[in-house]
Design a protein around this ligand. Structure first.
Ligand SMILES: Nc1ncnc2c1ncn2[C@@H]1O[C@H](COP(=O)(O)OP(=O)(O)OP(=O)(O)O)[C@@H](O)[C@H]1O
Ligand SMILES: [Mg+2]
Length: 409
C-alpha cells in the first residue's frame, strides 16, 4: 500500500442518498471515493479501479452483498470489506462475517464517526497483516541466506584443513629429499671414486706392472671407500624409514640395539651442515654405556626437530647460542633433558607448542607440526612423557622421560 496516495474506497449501495452522505463524509477526511448502485457494477469497479477498501450493502438488486463479498474474498482476500446493512438483517450480517467480511455497520448510520472508526480500524488491521507477511518473507529470506553462508563456511573450513595437511605433506617431502640428499650424494661420490681407482688398478695389473705396495694401497682404498658407502647407504635407509614413521608408523619395524651416546653423535654429525657456519654450540652429556633396544629413527626425528627449533626460533637474532643435551639413568628410566639458552617462549607459545599446526612462523616455512610429532614419538613410540619449561628471554627446556626397556605390545 502506498502511503502518499489517498486511500481509495468503493461504496456499493442501491440507495443514492446513502451513497451521497457516505461519499461526502469520507471525502472530507481525504479519502478518494468511487461508488456503484448495485453488486454487479460494484464488482466490475472492484476489478477495474482496485480500491483499498469496500463498503457494501447486503440487499441490492441484480447481485446482493453476500455474492459480492464471496467474489471479493476469492479475488483478493487482502482487501478489507465492511458490510453496511439494515438493522433487520442480522442473520445475513452473521453470514457475511462468516464469509470473510472484516466488520459491519448498521443502517441508517446515525453517527458518522462510527463509520470513520470502522474504516480506520480495518485499514490499521490490513497494514498490520501486510507487515506481518513482509516480516515473515524477510525472515524466510534471511534464513535461506544464513543457510547458504553456513554451507560456504563449512566448505571453507574443510578446504583449510585440507590445505594445511597438504602443506605439511609438502614440507615433509621436501624434508625427506633434503635429508637423504647428503648420504646419497656422499655414496655416489665414493662409488665413482672407487670406480676410477679400479679402472686405474686394472690398467696397471694388465700391463704386468703391479707392485705389492700398489696392491696394498688399492685394497686399503677399497676397504675405506666401501665402508663409507655402507655407512651412508645405511643412513639413507634409516632416514627413509624414520620419515615413514613420521607420517604414521608408530609400530616401527626398525627397532634395534644401539648405543645412545654414539647414535646422538651420529645424528649431530648429520645436522652439522645446518649450524657449522654459525657460532652456536651443541654439548652432549651422556654415559658411554647406555645401550637401548629401541627406535633409532624416533631419536633422530626428535633431535632433528628440537635442534632445528633452537636454531630457527630460539637463536633468532642470537649469535652464540648454546644447546645442552643431558642424559641420565635412574630406576630403569632415561631422563633426556634438552635445553637451549635462546629467546624462550611466551606463556601462550609454551602452552601451545605441542599442538599440531601451532607455529609462530606461519607463511615463513613453519607448519607447526614439528613439536607435535616429537610429542607423539616420545609418548607413543617411546612410551614416555614430555614436558616443556620456558620463560621469555631465558631459553627453552624440554624434559623427556621414557623407560630403558619395555615389553612389546
Ligand atoms: N627452542 C625453541 N625456542 C623458542 N620457541 C620455540 C622453540 N621450539 C619451539 N618453539 C615455538 O613453538 C612453536 C611450534 O614449534 P613446531 O616445531 O611445532 O613448529 P615450527 O617449528 O614453527 O614449524 P615446523 O613444523 O616447521 O617445525 C614454534 O613456532 C615456536 O614458536
Ligand atoms: Mg619446528
Amino acid at each position: 500500500m502506498d502511503d502518499t496516495q489517498p486511500k481509495k474506497i468503493l461504496v456499493i449501495d442501491d440507495e443514492i442518498y446513502i451513497r451521497d452522505s457516505v461519499i461526502g463524509f469520507l471525502e472530507d477526511f481525504g479519502f478518494e471515493v468511487i461508488d456503484a448502485e448495485n453488486g454487479r457494477i460494484g464488482l466490475e469497479k472492484f476489478e477495474s479501479q482496485k480500491p483499498d477498501l469496500v463498503l457494501c450493502d447486503l440487499r441490492m438488486p441484480e447481485m446482493d452483498g453476500l455474492e459480492v463479498l464471496a467474489n471479493v474474498a476469492e479475488k483478493n482476500p487482502k482487501i478489507p470489506i465492511i458490510i453496511v446493512s439494515g438493522a433487520g438483517n442480522i442473520s445475513d450480517t452473521v453470514e457475511a462475517l462468516r464469509l470473510g467480511a472484516w466488520d459491519y455497520i448498521i443502517k441508517p448510520i446515525q453517527d458518522m464517526t462510527v463509520l470513520y472508526h470502522a474504516v480506520n480500524k480495518v485499514f490499521e488491521r490490513a497494514e498490520f497483516i501486510e507487515e506481518k507477511h513482509q516480516y515473515r518473507r524477510d525472515l524466510e529470506k534471511a534464513n535461506v541466506e544464513l543457510k547458504v553462508s553456513l554451507e560456504t563456511l563449512e566448505h571453507a573450513r574443510d578446504q583449510l584443513v585440507q590445505s594445511e595437511k597438504m602443506a605439511a605433506l609438502g614440507e615433509l617431502v621436501a624434508g625427506v629429499a633434503h635429508e637423504i640428499n647428503t648420504p646419497v650424494g656422499v655414496g655416489v661420490t665414493a662409488a665413482s671414486f672407487l670406480d676410477a681407482k679400479t679402472t686405474e688398478f686394472k690398467k696397471v695389473y694388465s700391463a704386468g706392472e703391479l707392485k705389492r705396495s700398489e696392491l696394498e694401497n688399492y685394497l686399503q682404498t677399497v676397504e675405506e671407500v666401501s665402508n663409507s658407502i655402507l655407512i651412508n647407504m645405511e643412513r639413507a635407509a634409516e632416514l627413509i624409514s624414520s620419515f615413514k614413521q613420521v607420517a604414521v608408523d608408530q609400530s616401527s619395524e626398525n627397532r634395534r640395539r644401539f648405543n645412545l651416546k654414539q647414535y646422538i653423535n651420529e645424528i649431530l654429525l648429520s645436522l652439522r651442515p645446518r649450524y657449522k657456519k654459525t657460532g652456536h654450540t651443541i654439548e652432549v652429556i651422556c654415559e658411554d654405556n647406555i645401550e637401548l633396544n629401541s627406535f633409532p629413527g624416533a631419536f633422530s626425528q626428535i633431535l632433528n626437530n628440537m635442534i632445528m627449533n633452537s636454531l630457527i626460533h630460539g637463536f633468532e637474532g642470537i649469535e652464540k647460542g648454546q644447546i645442552r643435551i643431558e642424559i641420565t639413568r635412574a630406576q630403569g628410566m632415561i631422563h633426556f633433558v634438552y635445553k637451549d639458552n635462546g629467546n624462550g617462549m611466551t606463556p601462550e607459545q609454551k602452552e601451545k607448542a605441542f599442538d599440531p599446526f601451532y607455529t609462530t612462523m606461519r607463511g615463513k616455512g613453519g607448519t607447526g607440526l614439528g613439536m607435535s610429532i616429537v610429542f607423539n614419538l616420545v609418548t607413543q613410540t617411546l612410551k614416555g612423557s614430555m614436558e616443556c619449561e620456558s620463560t621469555e628471554g631465558q631459553g627453552a627446556c624440554f624434559t623427556m622421560i621414557f623407560p630403558e626397556h619395555w615389553e612389546q605390545g
